[in-house]
Design a protein around this ligand. Structure first.
Ligand code: SAM
Ligand code: FES
Length: 349
């Protein structure tokens, strides 16, 4: 049995196995990993690619993550937020284009009180009852997550960023804590959200042992979705001189995640598409099954610059939709009009 096959059968990996898969130059081993991951994804999701319309609702943030282009202390960008009507307009456009999941993502912006955010969620559900709502608005209280869930939010994305305390401390100021972030993830899960966690590949100071700890944490959390993408530096952050993460390593990790978490929703991220012009296609060929095209108004896209050279910031939502569908057809996959919930073993049996 090959190493990839062993992982596929056991859904387990050891640190030496992870090290071997990430460090090998052997093309046969890498291709075997890719093929097993792709086959696993196809067994469960066929050639379907789920779409999520990403609406970047605010670049105002109280946090100062060292890697992030919209961190509070970056004075070199125009801050914006979208209000309810603008968000609903994005959803309307997205619905016409075939999106059945809307992801509302933003910095930790105090404007979005529970009342305001619940109202927005309520209105989206009222106008688009066939759609799922994903929130990605950072760390909030248990009470807040509870109210948002009651208002109709179905899913929540909150990357844990790194599961190692020391590493977390090297990526964030001391006002932020890994234990709180993990607590949020477990709170969200207990409230019945479909939860997404994840991390950047090649974030500064990351070791393979850190990545192994990420996998162990994910095995503990068992999220519905796992979002990973390469770290890419931003010129107005403390990490401006740090090297970018490797897209090749990111692809291998997507494949490993697919073998460990066969049913997970694994996006081929915009960061991967920025690091490599064919990154999103390759992400799917390495076992991914989700794409998150941008639905934000073109007027604000350049202000949600998390890292330098982010792609698709000049395109209209419809252009992104068409472009991605074509890209998927080219590799034998098709984007589908559906909420794109994770499948369960019962559905496959
Ligand atoms: N505020 C929310 C949160 O904390 O989850 C959502 C917005 S935050 C910008 C979304 C994700 O962008 C982060 O979880 C992080 O992994 C990713 N990100 C931020 N800066 C990045 C960078 N320089 N390169 C790659 N990804 C980055
Ligand atoms: Fe808040 Fe990046 S520091 S979204």
């Amino acid at each position: 049995m090959s190493l990839a096959e062993e992982i596929r059968v056991s859904h387990k990996i050891t640190l030496p196995q992870l090290t071997q898969l990430l460090e090998t130059d052997d093309k046969v081993v890498i291709e075997d990993l890719r093929q097993h991951a792709q086959a696993q994804a196809q067994t469960i999701y066929g050639h379907d690619i789920y779409l999520r319309g990403l609406i970047e609702i605010s670049n105002i943030c109280r946090n100062n993550c060292y890697y992030c282009g919209i961190r509070k202390d970056n004075r070199n960008l125009t801050r914006y937020r979208l209000y309810k009507q603008q968000i609903l307009d994005c959803c309307r456009k997205g619905h016409t284009l075939g999106f059945r999941t809307f992801v509302l993502q933003g910095g930790e912006d105090a404007y979005y009180t529970d009342d305001r955010l619940c109202d927005i969620v309520n209105c989206i559900k009222r106008d688009f009852p066939d759609c799922a709502i994903t929130l990605s608005m950072g760390e909030r209280s248990h009470e807040s997550y509870q109210q948002l869930r009651k208002a109709g939010a179905d899913r929540y994305l909150l990357r844990h960023e790194t599961a190692n305390e020391q590493h977390y401390g090297l990526l964030h100021p001391s006002t932020m804590s890994l234990s709180h972030r993990k607590q949020c993830l477990f709170d969200l899960k207990s409230l019945g959200y479909q939860v997404g966690a994840g991390f950047m590949v090649g974030s500064p100071f990351q070791t393979i042992t850190n990545l192994y700890e990420d996998l162990l944490f994910l095995q503990d959390l068992q999220p519905a979705m796992i979002g990973i993408g390469p770290f890419l530096s931003h010129h107005d952050t403390p990490f401006k001189s740090q090297p970018n993460g490797s897209s090749e390593r990111c692809l291998r990790l997507i494949a490993i995640l697919r073998l460990l978490f066969p049913y997970a929703l694994l996006p081929a991220t915009t960061a991967l598409g920025t690091a490599d012009p064919l990154g999103r296609e390759k992400g799917i060929l390495y076992g991914g099954n989700v794409l998150m095209p941008n639905l934000s108004p073109t007027s604000v896209r350049k202000q949600y610059m998390l890292y330098d050279n982010k792609i698709c910031t000049g395109d209209e939502a419809a252009e992104c939709r068409v472009c991605l569908s074509k890209r998927m057809e080219m590799i034998g996959y098709h984007t589908v009009v559906s909420r794109g919930d994770a499948k369960t073993p019962d559905e496959i049996a």
